[in-house]
Every structure is written in structure tokens, then in C-alpha cells.
Design a protein around this ligand. Structure first.
Ligand SMILES: Cc1cc2nc3c(=O)[nH]c(=O)nc-3n(C[C@H](O)[C@H](O)[C@H](O)COP(=O)(O)O)c2cc1C
Length: 167
């Protein structure tokens, strides 16, 4: 079940209510709370930043004793790994970074030296240009995967967001 853990406004829905809500949801058979926030009250000041909703997932997990998923500006492998390993959440859900980097999971596996869990031929076939492609190429190189001839790692260029979403 996805919830908005806080409205980010005084007098609005807040994390204490979310914890109580999660307790009751668990009693009624809900297995996991996917902890998002905001976008329900106009003019709310949301402190958007890296992992800004993770503390809510952490509190709900600890205090309502229910599994949680952390979402929101989780954009790199180490960050995602830390959230789970530190016990802040049971899993991480990623949205926009997967639009920016469709091979995020494959790259993550390469970064932690895990075996790729699905075929990698698309990595080697895609036309490699720009920094996102460089990530994929570097990951493929680290993972010892075959690389299409002529592929090169270029110098860093600013990352663009293909879907035009704010970062
Ligand atoms: C354009 C856009 C539309 C979204 N629409 C919804 C929505 O309708 N319902 C919802 O629960 N979350 C919605 N979200 C939030 C996403 O599900 C996700 O939690 C959010 O993008 C934060 O994760 P990310 O930083 O990994 O993308 C939306 C996000 C974006 C950028």
C-alpha cells in the first residue's frame, strides 16, 4: 500500500498519523507500506533532496513494525544499498532514475561485483554516447562483458533527463 506519510504542512496529515495508520493497516493484512509524501496540499514546502522520504520509511518500519519501501530521489547504488543494509527500509523503489538509466540494475550488479541477472546484449548494441552510456559501458567493462567494437568512454557531460522530469 502506498501512502503519503506527511502533507508537509502544519495541521495536515503527518508522520505520527501515518505510523498509527500503518499499525492498523498491518492488523488488516497489509504486508508493506510504500512511503511517499506530499503533492496533496497546494503551497506545501517539500524539502526535496536525496532520499528525503527515507526517514519516514524508517520510522514507520520501526514503530509500526511493518515492512516498508523507501522512494524518492534514490539515485545511486550505494545509497540504495545503504538504505536496505541500515534497516531504514525493506526495499527501495526507484522511478525517474530508471528512466534516466534503464540499465541501473545491471550497473548496480556490476558495482557490487554480482553476476548480471539478465542477458546483456542490448548494452553492447546500443549506440554509446554521453555520460549515461558511459556508465553502462564502464559497468560492462567492470563486469567483463563483451563490448561492441568502437565503443569509447568519453569525458563527462551534463546529465540530461530524457523524460524532462525535475531532478
Ligand atoms: C511526473 C510524475 C508523476 C507521478 N505520479 C504519481 C502518482 O500519480 N501517484 C503516486 O503515488 N506517485 C506518483 N509519482 C511519484 C513516483 O511514484 C515516485 O515515488 C517518485 O517519482 C519518487 O521516486 P523517484 O525519485 O525515484 O522518481 C509521480 C512522479 C512523477 C515525477
Amino acid at each position: 500500500m502506498r501512502i503519503s506519510a506527511t502533507d508537509w504542512v502544519k495541521g495536515g496529515w503527518d508522520i505520527e498519523q501515518s505510523i498509527e495508520f500503518a499499525r492498523r493497516a498491518k492488523e488488516r493484512g497489509i504486508d508493506l507500506i510504500d512511503v511517499s509524501s506530499g503533492a496533496l496540499v497546494p503551497d506545501a514546502k517539500v524539502p526535496v533532496g536525496k532520499g528525503f522520504q527515507v526517514p519516514f520509511a524508517k520510522r514507520i518500519r520501526a514503530e509500526a513494525k511493518i515492512k516498508t519501501a523507501a522512494v524518492g530521489m534514490i539515485t545511486d547504488v550505494a545509497q540504495a544499498d545503504e538504505i536496505v543494509m541500515e534497516g531504514d527500509a525493506d526495499l527501495v523503489m526507484i522511478g525517474r532514475e530508471l528512466l534516466r538509466q534503464p540499465y541501473f540494475a545491471l550497473r548496480a550488479q556490476a558495482e557490487i561485483d554480482a553476476k548480471p541477472s539478465w542477458p546483456v546484449h542490448t548494452v553492447t548494441r546500443c549506440s554509446l554516447a554521453g555520460s549515461e552510456a558511459d556508465h553502462r559501458l564502464r559497468a560492462a567493462l567492470r563486469a567483463g562483458l563483451p563490448i561492441a567494437s568502437g565503443s569509447r568512454v568519453s569525458s563527462p557531460v551534463p546529465r540530461s533527463d530524457p523524460a524532462g522530469f525535475p531532478r
